[in-house]
Design a binder for this molecule. Structure first.
Ligand code: CDP
Ligand code: CDP
Length: 221
């Protein structure tokens, strides 16, 4: 059985960038667990389903054909033969995903799928409940955080760089709304896992955070 490094934290705390960096240094497979919740959301939207209708979302999720594989060091999935990537970052998905992810049966399906990825090898998995629910027994758990203002600015800069026409205060509002849903939902809310090392990256560079995680995993910190 390979290792599983769990990296949890709120939006724009640096989870994906740090996890990809750690995976590259250690030669582990990078897994973006949020992509699966986005995938379930995207599938419902393209089937014309109201994402607030949990029963209909579950029907589209269960009737779809999901396939998982590893490509360029990262876990990837297809839904009915299509591999959504850019589509998962679009506004309609972004705005609906936190609600979809609060449906317990959706979480069960995603958690089961994420656990089965351990068959592919050692993983660096980022999300909200990796240390608490998906791999609670992992000795390598991290909780990344940063001040909300800093996180909103990071996300805003990314959206502007991607050519999206968003206002800074809208990004801040949407981030706060998502933080609120993620930390207060009944099913597996975002919280610091027992035994997780907390990292406040507000004034840290990405390299510093990656070095800290890699050092901890290698046992020399
Ligand atoms: O995955 P998550 O939403 O937690 O965050 P991310 O997408 O990895 O990071 C959001 C943005 O913040 C990226 O553009 C990173 O380059 C940037 N970032 C940073 O500038 N400094 C850090 N210490 C962490 C992230
Ligand atoms: O990139 P960002 O951090 O904004 O979001 P993401 O990691 O792609 O996750 C999108 C949404 O999926 C989050 O707002 C959560 O509602 C949900 N999610 C979750 O509930 N549990 C996870 N392990 C990962 C994501």
């Amino acid at each position: 059985m390979g290792k599983a490094i769990a990296i949890d934290g709120p939006s724009a705390s640096g989870k994906s960038t740090v996890s990809k960096g750690v995976a590259a240094v250690l030669g582990f497979i990078y897994v973006d667990s949020g992509a699966l919740y986005r995938g379930v959301t995207w599938q419902a939207i393209r089937k014309g389903v109201d994402t607030k209708d949990a029963k209909a979302v579950l029907e589209t999720m269960h009737s779809a054909d999901w396939d998982f594989f590893v490509q360029d060091g990262a876990a990837v999935f297809s839904i009915d033969g299509d591999v959504p990537v850019q589509e998962l970052r679009e506004k309609n998905v972004r705005e609906a995903v936190a609600n979809v992810a609060s449906v317990p049966e959706v979480r069960k399906f995603v958690v089961d799928s994420l656990q089965s990825l351990a068959n592919f090898g050692s993983l660096v998995m980022e999300g909200r409940d990796i240390g608490t629910v998906v791999f609670p027994d992992s000795p390598y758990k991290f909780y990344l955080d940063a001040d909300p203002e800093e996180r909103a600015m990071r996300r805003y800069r990314e959206l502007v760089a991607a050519g999206e026409d968003e206002k800074a205060h809208e990004v801040m509002d949407s981030l706060k709304k998502r933080d609120q849903i993620d930390t207060t939902r009944k099913a597996d809310p975002l919280t610091v896992a027992p035994g997780a090392q907390k990292i406040d990256s507000t004034s840290m560079t990405l390299e510093e955070v990656i070095d800290l995680v890699v050092g901890k995993v290698r046992g020399n910190v």
